[in-house]
Write a new protein. Structure first.
Length: 177
């Protein structure tokens, strides 16, 4: 593997690891109004059913659509379409941050380290927690955007120089004169 391709392999791999961590850990907790006992949102359940929240809480439900944008960004990276990958990842990052807009109206917040790390937001009726799964999920989107922007800054999408050395010696294109 060429040195220039290292970012194209390790970057998407890191994104997939962050996304896998988001699916494997709790992402949020909410208690209040009609959920007095509280409900914990696991990352994998949110991946599978998060879009069901669209009619109940549009900002939270709309955030689920960051997942297909993340997949599109990964495909664009693998196809060496770095501008498109950066655009998909930027849109996905914005969508992933929408749930924060939903809970910003909460009165006070605190960081809890034990028994499970979380940012706890409370007001007189509700309590919400942002747990590690959500942080991993947002980080996956943001990291994909950084990888795409770094790779894009090295030059235009899929330049001829990017393909140099990928051909066997007997198939190397030669200029016709």
């Amino acid at each position: 593997m060429r040195r220039a391709d290292t970012l194209l392999v390790l970057g998407p791999l890191a994104v997939l690891l962050l996304f896998g961590g988001a699916c494997a850990t709790p992402a949020a907790y909410y208690r209040g109004k009609f959920l007095e006992e509280g409900v914990t949102s696991e990352g994998l359940n949110l991946l599978l059913f998060g879009w069901f929240a669209l009619p109940i809480s549009p900002l939270v439900g709309l955030a689920w659509f960051a997942n297909p944008l993340l997949a599109s960004g990964l495909v664009a990276i693998w196809r060496r379409r770095f501008t498109g990958a950066a655009q998909f990842a930027a849109a996905a990052t914005v969508l992933a941050l929408l749930p924060l807009g939903h809970i910003c109206g909460f009165g006070t917040w605190a960081v809890r380290w034990w028994p499970s790390p979380a940012v706890v937001l409370t007001n007189e009726w509700n309590e919400a927690e942002i747990r590690p799964g959500y942080v991993f999920w947002v980080a996956a989107h943001g990291f994909l955007m950084v990888v795409a922007l770094i790779r894009r800054s090295r030059g235009p999408d899929a330049k001829a120089e990017d393909l140099e050395g990928d051909f066997p010696p007997d198939l190397t294109p030669t200029p016709s004169g």
